[in-house]
Design a protein around this ligand. Structure first.
Ligand code: AP5
Length: 188
């Protein structure tokens, strides 16, 4: 079974939900960039202050900072496997990530693309806002995140399809079915 996996998809497509489930089921580390950024913001660190406004507005945080987060984890990830959720978000980030991953054998083996229509995303995230109160889960910011996704992140699908690594799943299916489908793809 492959154990180096990227989860790519629009906001609210279920990457975080599946990342947690898969890491529990398989004992793989779930690296969720958004969670790492939110933890940094909550800590009140200088770095957190720098990125706070961008995350709240649904803008992408600077590549150098994101690459710094990846760099500290890449050797362990090569050794133990990983489920990486939220990186890369652009073809540029993917190319920069490859430079870090290649020398240590940490390149992804499988890329799961979560396919969900925009209206379902808006529905899911406005519902989540009621429960979790994430600052970027208001309708205006959700739509901005979606636009950024289509423009900047979605081209990764073709990027990884050309490498023969991408598989698209129907992420509107119930959570258990989505998990099962990903496990099936991981088994190959
Ligand atoms: P991040 O935290 O990664 O946010 P996101 O990509 O917008 O994703 P979400 O967490 O909103 O959704 P998800 O796909 O994880 O879905 P979830 O499982 O939560 O990033 C936040 C910000 O950080 C970015 O906007 C950016 O500013 C910055 N950032 C992050 N990475 C970066 C990078 N590489 N470069 C630069 N900046 C970066 O599910 C959503 C809801 O739907 C939940 O309520 C869940 O219960 C529900 N749900 C899940 N699956 C299903 C299902 N199958 N059926 C019904 N409901 C479901």
């Amino acid at each position: 079974m492959v154990n180096k996996i990227l989860l790519i998809g629009p906001p609210g497509s279920g990457k975080g939900t599946q990342g947690i489930r898969l890491s529990e089921l398989l004992g793989l580390e779930h690296v969720a960039i958004g969670d790492l950024l939110r933890a940094e913001i909550s800590s009140g660190s200088e770095l957190g202050e720098t990125i706070k406004a961008k995350v709240a507005a649904g803008e992408l945080v600077d590549d150098d900072l994101i690459l710094g987060l990846i760099e500290t984890r890449v050797e362990e990830a090569a050794e133990k496997g990983y489920i990486l959720d939220g990186f890369p978000r652009s073809v540029d980030q993917a190319k920069k990530g490859r430079k870090l991953a290649e020398p240590v054998g940490a390149r992804p083996e499988l890329v799961i693309y979560f396919d969900v229509p925009d209206d379902i995303v808006v529905e899911r995230l406005t519902a989540r806002a009621e429960i979790e109160g994430r600052e970027d889960d208001n309708e205006q910011t959700i739509r901005h995140r979606l636009a950024l996704f289509h423009e900047t992140t979605k081209p990764l699908l073709e990027f990884y399809e050309k490498q023969g690594k991408a598989r698209t799943i129907d992420a509107t299916a119930p959570v258990d079915e989505v998990t099962e489908k990903i496990l099936e793809l991981m088994r190959g």
